[in-house]
Write a protein that binds this ligand. Structure first.
Ligand code: HEM
Ligand code: HEM
Length: 471
């Protein structure tokens, strides 16, 4: 098992190495806090489906807790963790020091300021209405936008001072993702066209680009760097990676209307979204094949490396979750699944099974290289299995229950019948969610060990771990 590490040797001064390691640690610690907080809220909400009156008081109502959960998992957990990883990957793969540590700290402060202010505002009942994933009042979203701009500037600056000839593939995904997200955040804030059907289109555009052009490329960037590092072999095909990057960029931005099929949005717009939802199979299958072929022949060794196992689950989550999304976009299947808990299952298969597992794999693969400190074997084992089993229970129960819910509606049964039918599935979701939360407590402990733990006495030669990712 990969638990023994040494600080990754680099061409930088020890001061620059230390700065990079501090930045990476600080982003990871902040993100771990947000994961704990957001998913504790998630578990509370999950049990409210069985006991709706539990937790009285306006500030504990489902309507306030739900956007707190979604916004803090998106912007507190996944965004902050991925930016920390992106800085590390950008600097290491470019063999350059961070363009500006100061900007990285400012970015971290802004991300956290937005998440704290957004959470408080939502809990006090101040929000921007039902604009999904944009519920924070707009001045707070401006703070988040400022954090994105700072991050984009710093990442570009870092890659621009690279001492390698090419820009490594991970940085294409990361910089492309950050720049695109600045665009969608601006589009989502400007008020002029946000009324009537214009607002609906922007909602679809924003929702799907947040997941597809922010979390997805940043998580894929982690795979492209961490996999070669863990396996000490280059990525199967660099060209296929570039192809997946461009097809992702071309197809993703126009699929947002699949969230509003059968709505008053123009029919051609809905059909376009469906067509490009199918086209998304190209980057998804191309990218997944690239990762799986990179792992080919090493599967037996995988069970001895938890970072690799986290990444493997992430790749499978990406492949299965996105392919499922393509099917969900067909009108015939939307008739069954839309508005049901099946969609919530899809959200967690992708945002948890893909993005969150990718982040964990990246952190376990790279943070020990930055700090020279490793989590314990017990910590890794507990984290992996409780998260995997918990999310499996969560996603399976909602996928099965959500399908039954949709079929009940199609059969014209009284609505309350579908609620009764869901009871046991919601209970199982609570059980799975509790295991997931437990795994996050273990993750926080592991992060603590990787950041503040004791360094192993003997620093091993890290030549295998430092094999050229960009070879
Ligand atoms: C690339 C292929 C994908 C396609 C074609 C796709 C398709 C869909 C569709 C059709 C819906 C709407 C379901 C409904 O409202 O009935 C949906 C919802 C959702 N998808 Fe995907 N998906 C894909 C990948 C992903 C990925 C990679 C993520 C996360 C990183 C993701 C996250 C979500 C989320 C969070 C929702 C719920 C949105 C809401 O709140 O209504 N999807 N997806
Ligand atoms: C302990 C783990 C978690 C639990 C118990 C949990 C629970 C929940 C619950 C109860 C909902 C409301 C569903 C509804 O409205 O019917 C929800 C929604 C959501 N959660 Fe989680 N969650 C967890 C982890 C996460 C993580 C880590 C992420 C993202 C990284 C996430 C992203 C979302 C999203 C995007 C939605 C909206 C789903 C939709 O509208 O389709 N959750 N979650």
């Amino acid at each position: 098992m990969q638990t023994s590490v040494a600080v990754q040797s680099s061409t930088l001064s020890s001061h620059d190495d230390r700065t990079l390691s501090l930045v990476f640690c600080a982003y990871t610690i902040a993100a771990a806090f947000w994961l704990l907080f957001a998913t504790a809220v998630g578990v509370l909400m999950a049990y409210k489906f069985g006991a709706p009156d539990f937790g009285p008081g306006a500030w504990l109502t489902f309507g306030r807790l739900r956007p707190i959960h979604t916004n803090s998992t998106f912007y507190g957990w996944a965004s902050v963790a991925l930016v920390g990883l992106a800085y590390y990957v950008a600097a290491r793969s470019s063999r350059a020091r961070l363009y500006s540590a100061k900007l990285a700290w400012i970015g971290l402060a802004l991300f956290n300021l937005a998440a704290v202010a957004g959470t408080i505002a939502l809990d006090l009942g101040f929000n921007d209405g039902n604009l999904e994933y944009r519920e924070w009042p707009w001045p707070i979203r401006l703070v988040f936008l400022a954090a994105l701009l700072v991050t984009a500037w710093n990442l570009i600056g870092t890659v621009a001072r690279r001492s390698t000839e090419d820009i490594y593939l991970s940085n294409w995904f990361t910089i492309g993702g950050v720049l695109w997200t600045c665009v969608i955040a601006i589009v989502a804030i400007l008020p002029w066209y946000q009324y009537g059907l214009g607002q609906v289109s922007v909602s679809g555009f924003y929702m799907h680009n947040a997941v597809g052009m922010w979390f997805t490329p940043l998580a894929l960037g982690v795979f492209y760097y961490a996999l070669p590092k863990l396996l000490s072999r280059p990525i199967y095909s660099y060209a296929l990676g570039v192809f997946a990057f461009w097809t992702n960029l071309v197809f993703y931005p126009i699929i947002g209307a699949h969230h509003f099929l059968f709505s008053p949005l123009p029919w051609f717009l809905q059909t376009t979204a469906i067509v490009f939802s199918v086209a998304m199979l190209v980057p998804v299958w191309g990218g997944s094949a690239n990762f799986l072929l990179t792992m080919r022949g090493r599967m037996h060794g995988m069970s001895r490396s938890y970072p690799l196992m986290f990444i493997f689950v992430g790749v499978v989550g990406y492949l299965v979750g996105s392919t499922q999304g393509t099917f969900e976009a067909f009108r015939s299947l939307q008739e069954v699944w839309h508005f049901t808990n099946f969609t919530v299952g899809h959200s967690h298969l992708t945002m948890y099974g893909f993005v969150t597992f990718a982040i964990w794999g990246g952190i376990y693969a790279l943070l020990p290289l930055a700090t020279g400190k490793a989590p314990s074997q017990l910590g890794l084992t507990l984290h992996f299995w409780t998260a995997l089993v918990g999310s499996f229970i969560y996603i399976t129960s909602l996928s099965v229950g959500g399908t039954i819910q949709g079929l009940d509606w199609i059969r014209g049964l009284p609505f309350i019948q579908s609620v009764a039918d869901m009871q046991s599935y919601w209970l199982w979701r609570g059980v799975g969610g509790s295991l997931m939360l437990l795994s996050h407590v273990v993750f926080a402990w592991n992060v603590w060990r990787m950041s503040y733990g004791v360094k192993p006495n003997a620093s091993l030669d890290d030549s295998s771990a430092t094999a050229e990712a960009e070879a």
